[in-house]
Design a binder for this molecule. Structure first.
Ligand code: NAP
Length: 374
């Protein structure tokens, strides 16, 4: 068989290449017509790779994907695998992060269902060298849990993140207990398993980079973690822990308190719910799922909570006083023998007396009237 001529060889090989990769034939006569600038330039260029699919080893894209995955995914250890820890784990997993967990209770079965590696012993978990350790324990148990972590088994540089609903308290504990080489990111996702059940889009995520080393890899790690929430569409709010606690006492603590009061009150759906009433029912549903430990933690470890509770109490009493004050005026007219006002308001004497016998609050300020002797 005669050997291939270089032109034949060229044509045979080139015909197997996708059009963009085919080099120009060496024997192809150059067109005498003026060429567009770009085309002319490309004629002078040597063979260039234009399609990764064709020119790279078949698994190149897979390698790229895996490299991208490795570079953007984190190994996150969740300490406290209760209600909120499991809720966070689901989204972390859906973004391709590797999740390990440890908790006081045995959550092996729940963890296996989710695809999380559960470690009963914190030593075993730390020996897996997670890049991020996320604290999702109750506010009340934070110090106890921190004291039980074998820091010496972790990498010298590890990022500690907390998601507690108060911020100054864990910040101080983390700075006190963690080795100085560890990074500290204090966060508060302002939503929970109920409010964030369908999506985190538009929900606030508060964070404070309390101590992040200058090293590029440490800055990167912190950004990767924050990116989990940004990718879900959270409203990212950078704020100091102190500022967070000031705002949260006036909003979150009050929300939880009113939700719990209404729950005790026994709010029930009716066939004629108004929009406002639906909102109250939703509030009860959102807050009743949270543990009392959580609520108590909001109260005990936020310096501003007591003041808010007192203000709420005063506001309730003031509304009560306003109502009873008006009622008192009707009663006074009754005493004076003038039932006109009461009749106008559709109340009978017995109704007024019944209401009054239920007891006006002690601070009710009855308008002073020298004519009344009670
Ligand atoms: P939680 O009652 O505040 O905390 C439950 C977690 O704390 C469980 O993992 C539990 O472990 C652990 N724990 C409780 N006492 C412990 C102790 N003595 N020793 C060791 N671990 C203990 O309920 P949560 O809703 O899961 O909240 C977890 C954290 O997330 C809290 O700090 C909370 O403020 C914060 N957070 C919650 C929400 C929310 O909507 N739920 C939203 C934002 C932030 P075991 O289950 O193993 O007993």
């Amino acid at each position: 068989m005669p050997p291939f001529s270089s032109t034949q060889l060229f044509q045979t090989t080139a015909s197997h290449l996708p059009p963009l990769l085919r080099p120009l034939s060496p024997s192809a006569p150059l067109s005498p017509l003026p060429q567009p600038k770009l085309l002319r330039r490309s004629l002078k260029l040597p063979l260039r790779v234009r399609s990764l699919d064709a020119a790279q080893p078949y698994d190149y894209e897979a390698q790229l994907r895996s490299h991208f995955h490795e570079s953007s995914s984190l190994k996150i250890a969740i300490l406290g695998f209760g209600n909120f820890g499991q809720f966070l784990a689901k989204t972390f997993l859906s973004q391709g992060h590797t999740i390990l967990a440890h908790s006081r209770s045995d959550y092996s079965a729940a963890a296996a269902d989710l695809g999380v590696a559960f470690y009963r012993d914190p030593h075993d978990l730390c020996e897996q060298h997670p890049e991020v350790v996320l604290l999702s324990t109750s506010i009340l148990s934070t110090e106890r849990v921190l004291r039980s972590i074998p820091f010496q088994r972790l990498r010298r540089s590890t990022l500690f993140v907390d998601v507690l609903s108060v911020k100054e308290f864990p910040r101080d504990l983390l700075l006190k207990f963690l080795p100085a080489e560890f990074d500290v990111l204090c966060t508060h996702p302002m939503f929970g398993p109920e409010s964030g059940r369908h999506s985190w889009a538009g929900l606030s995520f508060v964070y404070d980079r309390v101590r992040i080393g200058d090293d590029e890899s440490r800055v990167d790690r912190c950004e990767k973690f924050l990116d989990i929430f940004a990718r879900e569409g959270c409203r990212m709010v950078e704020m100091s822990c102190a500022e967070h606690d000031r705002h949260a006492a006036g909003s979150q603590f009050v929300t939880h308190t009113v939700g719990r009061v209404l729950e005790k009150f026994g709010l029930e759906s009716s066939p004629i719910n108004t929009k406002g009433y639906e909102t109250l029912l939703e509030l009860v549903e959102n807050t009743s799922g949270d543990s009392f430990d959580l609520y108590y933690g909001l109260f005990l470890y936020n310096d501003n909570a007591m003041e808010q509770l007192q203000r709420l109490d005063m506001a309730f009493k003031s509304i009560q006083n306003e109502l009873f004050g008006r009622l008192h005026q009707i009663y006074r007219k009754q005493l004076l023998g003038n039932m006109e006002g009461a009749r106008e308001s559709g109340m009978t004497k017995s109704m007024v007396q019944k209401l009054l016998s239920n007891g006006a609050p002690p601070h009710t300020e009855a308008p002073s009237d020298p004519d009344i002797t009670t």
